[in-house]
Structure formats: structure tokens, C-alpha cells
Design a protein around this ligand. Structure first.
Ligand code: ADP
Length: 558
């Protein structure tokens, strides 16, 4: 009952829905009152006048409700529905009064039957309804008592006898029951207001969420996998440019909105997420009904039942078209400009080399020193341009990995020997003492080597003289973990989360005095992630930093 009442309170504006609820509740109350009533009359009196009149009463009550039921379905106009419901209330109050008159209980629990229309009117008409129906009930009840006292009609109930002779008793009863009606209606009103205020709060929050979704251009979804039912928030229909329908969409329908070139990607991501309880995120394109393309960032979480079967997934989808187009423009810009810059930078390199090699005559020592500075700067410039080009390629998806079986131990040894000179010149130790002779991984060795070199360069740059940098490798079940540990300046905790971002450098004099662009780690992370690996960092300010790289034996894109 509590549930029914609160459910009715939960849609304060929908009079038509509430009216239907009233009619349903009437079915319920009538059946609960009539069937056991007639059965008990049959048991008590056998088939006779009592039962027949009870049956007659029941049939009339149920048929009026049938009429209400039909009208509540047909009427769409609020005024007509209001008139219908007022009639139903009036009939109910009259019926209750008639019941009390014929069956007795004028001073007992039968009077409580008036509470039903009071509660119902609270639900349907709100505050005014409660007091209006309480007033109508009081009026009907008082008229009944007064008519009985003045002999206009008499009830069969023996209790009515007192109420026919003793005026003080009549007044007493009227005051008591009227006060009871008022108290009950106040209590109902109080509960109704409480439920309505809670509901308004919830609706307010929901509206805020809907507004936030629309501003942030993201919507939420839930996929009940077992029933293949996808529920979308309103914003998602807007993002996909699809007309909102009362029928939930299916997975097949959802896939039909995905850009043909991205269906495999979406399918693969969903298939991976359906293997166990896990979160997922990926970008993809969709095609709107008018043929326009939008970029979407989808993320979610899968949930499974006790047997581990993924039963549903929930998540959000965000329209990232504007960002994506900007990003594409940025990538194109970086790609084109770095490409344009590389040619003259390479020419500078060729000519400085030729100069240094004495093609146009012998150089003095001083000239050679100047040339060396030009050469080194040009090398750095080319390295940066190459980094930028690689990033542009990765970000635009045009980066091809050449995966080969590579001995990682051998690769690390080679990197170490190439870096030893640099380390020695700063009086640093570079240690690599592998526990294995060979460890083979299927990787793009050229790019992984560049990522490792970048980490070793950083360790060298950000570690003072006379300190040690260690490289280690550990075999894991499905891959290897390579660690590079230095005893350098460390990374402050507040900055550690951003060091893998593009162009990110720690605002620290010891960092800024070193040459750097803030590209290296961004690029290294991209490369390692493309292999299906991970890169993590732990650091203690002024104590040292450890980078841990996990690489699967078989690169993910292999
Ligand atoms: P950069 O060219 O500046 O070295 P990176 O992307 O390689 O660019 O590194 C980003 C930033 O992370 C650096 O500027 C530095 O602040 C910090 N960092 C990277 N490696 C280390 C390290 N081994 N010790 C301390 N700080 C580091």
C-alpha cells in the first residue's frame, strides 16, 4: 500500500496517470472488500437476502468502476478527467456513508473507510484535495448522524439508538469524528508534502544531470546484454541524431549507427569487455541519419552475475567531434611543418659535415669548435623534428610498427654501450647486469630502442654527477618488465601525473637548465602502449626516479 501511495505521489503533474491509478486501486479495494464480505455472508447466513443484497452492491460498485476504467482510458482532456475523478470521489464518499448507514459501525472502524478517498485525493489533487475530501466526508458523516437524530431515516445498527435520543452524545460524536477527520487529513497532507518535496529534490537533481549532459555533450547508456536491450539517456539520442522512441534499441541497431570503418574496433572492444568485469574506453565514429560523421568517446564498465557471465554494461558516450577536428588540424599542422623543417635541417647537417671534413679547405681549431656547436645543435633540432613527426604519425593513426623477434637483453646491452660515454663524461655509473642470457620479444625494436634511450637520456640529464643509474629486466608470465632507476632530482608528487603529457616539463630550475622539450615521455608512452605494454613511474623528490616498462612477449599489434 505504501508503495502504491508513494508511486502515485511520484508523478505530481500527470493527472491522467494518477486517475488510472485511482481506478486500479478502486478495483483492488472493491475486490478485497466485496469477495471476503460475500463469502463471510454466505458462511454466516447461507444463500439469502443478505447475500443477494451484498452481491447486488458488489456488482453495482464494480460496474461503476468499469465505467470509470473505460473513461479514464478514453479521456485525454484534463478538465474532463478532473470531473471524472470528482464524481468518483463523491460516489465513494456516498457509498461509504451508505455502507455505514446500512451495515452499521457509525462509531467504529467503518468510519476509517473515509481515509481511502482522503489519501487518494491527496495523491490526485494535492493539498486542496485532501482537505476537500475530508470536508466532504465530514459533511456526509454529520448529515448521516443528524438525519438519524432527527428521525429522517434510521439505521439498522443498534448503536444508532443512542444517537437518536441523546443530543449531547450526538454532538460529542460529531466533534470527536470531525476532529479525527481533520487529524487524519493533516497527517495525510504532511506525508504527501514530505514525499513530494523528496521527489522534487530528486527531479531537480535529475534535471541538473540532464542539463549537465546536454552542456557537456555526453549521454549515458545501459546495455542489458541478456535481453539485448540498450537504454539511452535523452542526450544520447540527440548525439546520435536519432528520434527518441519508447522501444529500447538493440545491439544490432546500435552497431548500424557506427561508421563502417570503426565497426570492427567497436565490436572488438565490446567483445573484450564482455569477457569479465572490467572498464573500457575507446574513440570511434558514428554516421548520423543525414550522413554527417561524429566522433564519440565511449567508456563503460561491464558487470557479471554470480557465474561470471557478463550480464550488463553501463557507461557514457561523449561527442568529441570538435576536439577531434581540432586535434586532426593540429596533427596535420605538426606533420606538415615538421616535414618542411626537416629538409633544411638535414641540408644544414650535410653541409656542416662537409665543412668539418675539409671539403672546402682546412679549418682552424677555433672554426672546428664553432662548427661542432652548430653540428650538435642541428642534431638536436633534427631529433626534435623527428619526434614531432613521429607523434603526428601516431596521433593521426598513420604510424606503422615493424614488429620483429628481438633479443631485448642484446638491445639493452647495445643501448648501454652507446650511452656509456655520455655517462662517464658526467662521472655517472650506468649499470646493467641481466640475469638472463637472452629474452626474446616481438617488438618494433627501432622504436622501443628510441623510447628506452629517451628514458636513459632523462636519467642522465636529471641525475647529478657521481650517482648511479641501473637498468634491470625481469621475466614475467606474458612479458618482461624493464626498470630504469636513477638517483636523481626526482619528480615532485604534484607533477608526477602530468609528465607523460605532451610538452610537459616540471617547473624546477634543475630541470629547466637541461635542454628538453617535454615530448620524450609522451612519445615513449605512446610507443609502449601501442605494443600493448605499460609505463609507470615512481619517484621521490631529490632521491631518485624509477620508470617501469612492461612489454608483452608478443606485441599487441603483432
Ligand atoms: P624532456 O625533454 O623535458 O626531458 P620528457 O618528456 O622526456 O621531456 O620528460 C618530461 C619531464 O619529466 C621532464 O621535463 C622532467 O621534468 C621529468 N622527468 C623525466 N624523467 C625524469 C627523471 N629521470 N628524473 C626527474 N625528472 C624527470
Amino acid at each position: 500500500m505504501g508503495f502504491v501511495i508513494s508511486s502515485i505521489f511520484l508523478s505530481p503533474d500527470d493527472l491522467i496517470v494518477r486517475t488510472r491509478w485511482y481506478v486500479y486501486l478502486r478495483w483492488f479495494i472493491l475486490l478485497v472488500a466485496i469477495v471476503p464480505g460475500i463469502v463471510s455472508l454466505c458462511i454466516g447466513y447461507g444463500w439469502g437476502r443478505e447475500v443477494q443484497s451484498g452481491l447486488m452492491f458488489g456488482v453495482i460498485a464494480l460496474s461503476t468502476n468499469a465505467v470509470f476504467f473505460i473513461l479514464s482510458r478514453l479521456l485525454k482532456n484534463k478538465t474532463a478527467v478532473r470531473a471524472l475523478i470528482t464524481t468518483a470521489f463523491s460516489i465513494d464518499i456516498a457509498l461509504i456513508t451508505y455502507f455505514i448507514y446500512t451495515k452499521g459501525g457509525i462509531e467504529s472502524r467503518s468510519v476509517l473507510m473515509y481515509v481511502i478517498p482522503i489519501i487518494m485525493s491527496a495523491a490526485i489533487f494535492g493539498r486542496k484535495g485532501v482537505y476537500a475530501s475530508a470536508f466532504m466526508s465530514m459533511l456526509a458523516y454529520d448529515i448521516l448522524i443528524l438525519c438519524n437524530y432527527f428521525g429522517i431515516f434510521y439505521s439498522l445498527d443498534p448503536f444508532y439508538a443512542y444517537l437518536q435520543t441523546d443530543f449531547a452524545y450526538v454532538v460529542n460524536t460529531i466533534i470527536f469524528f470531525n476532529a479525527l477527520f481533520i487529524l487524519i487529513s493533516m497527517a495525510v497532507d504532511f506525508i504527501a508534502q514530505l514525499l513530494i518535496s523528496k521527489e522534487r529534490l530528486a527531479t531537480g537533481r535529475l534535471n541538473e544531470l540532464v542539463r549537465a549532459q546536454s552542456v557537456a555533450k555526453f549521454g549515458s547508456w545501459e546495455w542489458k546484454r541478456i535481453d539485448d536491450v540498450i537504454n539511452w539517456s535523452d542526450e544520447l539520442y540527440d548525439i546520435f541524431g536519432v528520434e527518441k522512441s519508447s522501444v529500447p534499441i538493440t545491439f544490432e541497431q546500435y552497431m548500424s549507427y557506427i561508421h563502417p570503418d570503426d565497426t570492427k574496433l567497436v565490436n572488438d572492444e565490446i567483445r573484450k569487455a564482455a569477457v569479465g568485469v572490467q572498464s573500457f574506453s575507446f574513440d570511434h565514429r558514428i554516421v548520423l541519419p543525414d550522413g554527417k560523421i561524429r566522433y564519440i568517446y565511449s567508456n563503460g564498465q561491464s558487470y557479471s552475475d554470480k557465474k561470471g557471465v557478463v550480464t550488463h554494461m553501463v557507461g557514457t558516450a561523449r561527442d568529441i567531434t570538435e576536439n577531434k577536428l581540432l586535434e586532426n588540424a593540429k596533427n596535420d599542422f605538426v606533420a606538415v611543418t615538421s616535414h618542411q623543417l626537416r629538409t633544411p635541417a638535414t641540408i644544414v647537417k650535410q653541409y656542416t659535415t662537409m665543412l668539418a671534413e675539409g671539403y672546402v679547405g682546412e679549418l682552424t681549431l677555433h672554426q672546428k669548435q664553432f662548427l661542432k656547436t652548430i653540428y650538435d645543435s642541428n642534431e638536436r633540432q633534427i631529433a626534435i623534428i623527428n619526434d614531432l613527426l613521429n607523434i603526428a604519425r601516431i596521433d593521426s593513426g598513420h604510424f606503422n610498427m615493424t614488429v620483429r623477434r628481438t633479443d631485448v637483453i642484446e638491445m639493452l646491452k647495445q643501448i648501454k654501450s652507446e650511452h656509456l660515454g655520455k655517462y662517464k663524461s658526467k662521472h655517472q655509473r650506468l649499470v646493467f647486469k641481466p640475469n638472463y642470457k637472452n629474452v626474446f620479444c616481438n617488438i618494433d625494436s627501432g622504436h622501443i630502442k628510441m623510447a628506452m634511450e629517451n628514458l636513459l637520456d632523462n636519467a642522465h640529464k636529471y641525475t647529478p654527477a657521481n650517482k648511479t643509474v641501473r637498468m634491470d629486466l625481469k621475466r614475467r608470465r606474458k612479458g618482461v618488465t624493464i626498470t630504469i632507476t636513477d638517483q636523481g632530482i626526482g619528480i615532485p608528487a604534484k607533477d608526477i601525473h602530468k609528465i607523460f603529457d605532451m610538452f610537459s616539463r616540471v617547473e624546477n630550475p634543475s630541470v629547466l637548465q637541461e635542454e628538453g622539450t617535454g615530448i620524450g615521455l609522451y612519445w615513449a608512452k605512446k610507443i609502449i602502449t601501442m605494443h600493448g605494454g605499460t609505463i609507470d613511474v615512481t619517484s621521490e623528490h631529490n632521491k631518485g626516479t624509477t620508470f617501469s616498462i612492461y612489454l608483452p612477449y608478443k606485441a599487441a599489434k603483432d
